[in-house]
Design a binder for this molecule. Structure first.
Ligand code: RB5
Length: 149
């Protein structure tokens, strides 16, 4: 997996995003930070769109999106073709969504998880490989829903 990642947040998560960026850079990743950069109120769908476009174009294979809950970011990201975003607050799910769902975006909430848990989510997500095999049929079915509805 290419060690390049896009990371974004809204105003609820700037501090945590900066810590996540430092952590991920420490893992050897090149990070594209799409903001937001201040605590001024902004709209999470804008950030999710900017980040996920970079995945759609192939500029980066994966992303991390953080808002207050992680929910608005994941809902927004999942509206975009080819995006499989998972909102997680436990490491089992963060790993399983890679191995079973081939998730390409991890979302979490700065008002839900603390810094320590956030880093374990990131580690689980970035170090777990997609298993393929029987899961691919289900991924194909999931992605077909994008064209169907
Ligand atoms: C912003 O107040 C908040 O609504 C946002 O960060 C997020 O939690 C939405 O899902």
């Amino acid at each position: 997996m290419e060690k390049k990642i896009v990371i974004g947040c809204d105003h609820a998560a700037v501090e945590l995003k900066n810590k996540v960026i430092a952590h991920v850079e420490g893992m050897g990743y090149e990070v594209i930070d799409v903001g937001t950069y201040t605590s001024d109120s902004c709209n999470y769908p804008d950030i999710a769109e900017t980040a996920c476009k970079k995945i759609q174009t192939g500029e980066v294979p994966m992303g991390i999106l953080i808002c207050g809950t992680g929910i608005g970011m994941s809902m927004s990201a999942n509206k975009m073709r080819g995006i499989r975003a998972a909102c997680c607050s436990d490491t089992f799910s963060a790993a399983a969504t890679r191995s079973h769902n081939d998730a390409n975006v991890l979302c979490f909430g700065a008002r839900v998880v603390g810094e320590g848990v956030a880093m374990t989510l990131v580690d689980a997500f970035l170090t777990t490989e997609y298993e393929g095999g029987r899961h691919q049929t289900r991924i194909d079915m999931m992605m077909a829903l994008e064209g169907k509805y």
